[in-house]
Structures are given as structure tokens and as C-alpha cells.
Write a protein that binds this ligand. Structure first.
Ligand SMILES: Nc1ncnc2c1ncn2[C@@H]1O[C@H](COP(=O)(O)OP(=O)(O)O)[C@@H](O)[C@H]1O
Ligand SMILES: [Mg+2]
Length: 306
């Protein structure tokens, strides 16, 4: 029987709602599946035919250690998604690359630790006169950690937030707060091997006048959603552009495309998740089985290639 490792983190295993449905579905698909933490040094990764990233959610503050681990695993097993994809996707600078390729992304200004002089908040706010609020968040981040929303008159607090990130040698991002999220939420579209599987609505995560979450990720309000035709078309465009960026020959094993509508109602890319996305199996009947069947095919292909 092919052996698959589902990768979590010691700190995250109990928080990953996808693990149990995925384990059950893999059992039905005839895959021997084991949950392992990326930060458990006792694991021998070469014993697995494939190593699937699921919830290694504590990597954001030790990215180089995590990418070193990914490099190690990819020389010993079939890392999914593959190493170049993970390297490219764990830093939200990929949004700038996708924007250059014509993808409508949420307007983003990056502030880098080495920038001299630093771009000012006033300049950013002047570029977005209609934004009542804006967001500060780290370029390497997950689960809304270290992300916060500010009104235009909270420049002082926001500048402190940016300074804290830069002092920790982290790049910061500034975006207008897209207020449609408060009413309509964001849409996350799940794709398996490049094909759309299902979508969910995620409620707004950043509360006014509330500091960033202290937890590994902010509590999320999730419901099933049928995406708009425009959202599906945009997600396809995002995946095509991403595949071009990472020079991938085969479709991505899994992908999640997160979209929010701007003030004009146009869907924009907030985040493309190719490393460790929650896939919300519990919100779409049959989705875990669909994914496990694809994994079984992938494992069969890797076995016949080796
Ligand atoms: N520009 C924005 N406008 C509205 N909401 C935002 C914006 N940026 C972030 N958020 C909120 O913060 C959450 C986390 O931000 P996101 O960019 O998805 O980073 P991550 O999920 O990697 O922490 C989003 O799900 C959304 O609720
Ligand atoms: Mg997100």
C-alpha cells in the first residue's frame, strides 16, 4: 500500500479540521496515511511515497528553517506541492509578480526592512483617498497573525505596527481595507490538480480596534458558497499565471484562491495559497474523497516512475 505523510506542526495538529476527513477518505482510497509534524526531528521522511503539506502553520516566523526542511524532504520523497512552488508562495511578494502578469490583485504597497527612506503612510493614503480603512500585515504570514485593520486617523498605531515588523526583519504590506468583506465575506475557491472542486465564504477576520490574533490563526466563520462566474474565471487566470511563474509542467496538486470584491464590485486576488491552505473538506460533501482519489493516482504514478 502506498504511504502518505500528512504534514502538520506540533502546535497545529489539533486545530486542523481537514485532517480527520482526509484520513478517512485516504483510507477509503487505499492509502496508508500518517500524520506527522514537520518540526518533529524523529521522523524519517524517506519512508513515505509522498509528503503532503497540510497544516505546518507555525512556519511564518521561522521561514528559512521551514524551507530548509522542505528542501530536505524533497530530496527524499515527493513533496506536495513541490519545493519551487512552496518557496515562491510562502512570501506574499508573489502578489506583485501576479499583478505584473495582469492579475487584478488587492492594491498592495510593500515596505521592506532595507528601504531608505521608508515610504510614508501619508503617501499610501493619498493614493487611496476613498479607503476609509487600511490593513497592515506581514509579507510572510498566515492565519491573520500580525494583521490589523486601521482607520485613516490611526496613522500612529499603524506606523508602530510597520516598525515592529521591519525591526523583526519582516517585510510589511499596506492595502486598502476592502469593506465589501464585512457584508459579503471573501470567497475561497479550492482546486485539485487544476480543476475546481468547491468554494466557501469566509467571514471578515479583522475586527475594528482589536489587536492581531494571539492564536495560531484567527477563528473563522465558514459557510459553503457557489462562486460567481467572474470569480471562477479570475481563479483560472490566477492559476495559469502562477503555473507560468513557477515553470510547472503538471497542474498543482492543490490550490486555494482567495478573492474579495473591491468598491466597484470587481473580484480581486487577496491570497493564493499553494503551501498549507485549509481546504474546508467538511463544507463540501465528497470533496475529501475527490482529493484522496487524486492522491492515490499521484502515488501510483510516483511508484511506477521510481
Ligand atoms: N485588504 C484587505 N481588505 C479586507 N480584509 C482584509 C484585507 N487584508 C486582509 N484582510 C482580512 O484579514 C484576513 C487575513 O489576511 P490574508 O491576506 O488572507 O493573510 P493570511 O490569511 O495569510 O494571514 C483575510 O482573510 C481578511 O479577512
Ligand atoms: Mg488568508
Amino acid at each position: 500500500m502506498p504511504r502518505l505523510a500528512l504534514v502538520t506542526a506540533i502546535a497545529a495538529a489539533a486545530l486542523d479540521d481537514d485532517l480527520v476527513p482526509l484520513l478517512d477518505a485516504c483510507a477509503r482510497a487505499g492509502i496508508a496515511t500518517h500524520v506527522r509534524a514537520w518540526d518533529d526531528p524523529t521522523v524519517t521522511w524517506s519512508r513515505f511515497d509522498a509528503v503532503l503539506l497540510r497544516s505546518p502553520w507555525d512556519y511564518t516566523e521561522r521561514l528559512s528553517e521551514f524551507l530548509g526542511w522542505c528542501r530536505h524532504v524533497s530530496t527524499r520523497s515527493n513533496l506536495l506541492n513541490p519545493l519551487p512552488v512552496v518557496v515562491w508562495n510562502t512570501d506574499k511578494h508573489y502578489l506583485a509578480t501576479l499583478a505584473d502578469l495582469g492579475v487584478p490583485v488587492v492594491a498592495t504597497r510593500f515596505v521592506e526592512p532595507e528601504m531608505e527612506p521608508l515610504p510614508t503612510l501619508q503617501a499610501f493614503l493619498a493614493e487611496h483617498p476613498d479607503a476609509a480603512e487600511f490593513v497592515v500585515k506581514p509579507a510572510v504570514g498566515a492565519g491573520s497573525r500580525d494583521a490589523q485593520r486601521y482607520s485613516r486617523d490611526q496613522e500612529f498605531a499603524a506606523a508602530n505596527h510597520i516598525a515592529r515588523l521591519l525591526e523583526a526583519d519582516r517585510s510589511a504590506m499596506l492595502q486598502p481595507y476592502l469593506a465589501s468583506v464585512d457584508r459579503d465575506g471573501e470567497t475561497a475557491l479550492m482546486f485539485f490538480e487544476g480543476r475546481f472542486s468547491h468554494a466557501i465564504r469566509k467571514g471578515p477576520l479583522l475586527q475594528r480596534d482589536e489587536g492581531p490574533t494571539e492564536h495560531l490563526f484567527a477563528a473563522e466563520e465558514i459557510t459553503a458558497r457557489i462562486p460567481g462566474k467572474d470569480e471562477l474565471a479570475l481563479a483560472d487566470k490566477v492559476l495559469a499565471a502562477a503555473t507560468e511563474c513557477v515553470h510547472l509542467q503538471s497542474p498543482l496538486t492543490y490550490a486555494r484562491v482567495d478573492l474579495i470584491r473591491d468598491d466597484d464590485g470587481h473580484a480581486r486576488l487577496l491570497e493564493l495559497e499553494l503551501c498549507e491552505p485549509s481546504l474546508f473538506f467538511l463544507h463540501a460533501a465528497g470533496s475529501a474523497d475527490r482529493f484522496a482519489t487524486l492522491m492515490a493516482d499521484t502515488l501510483r504514478r510516483s511508484a511506477s516512475a521510481s
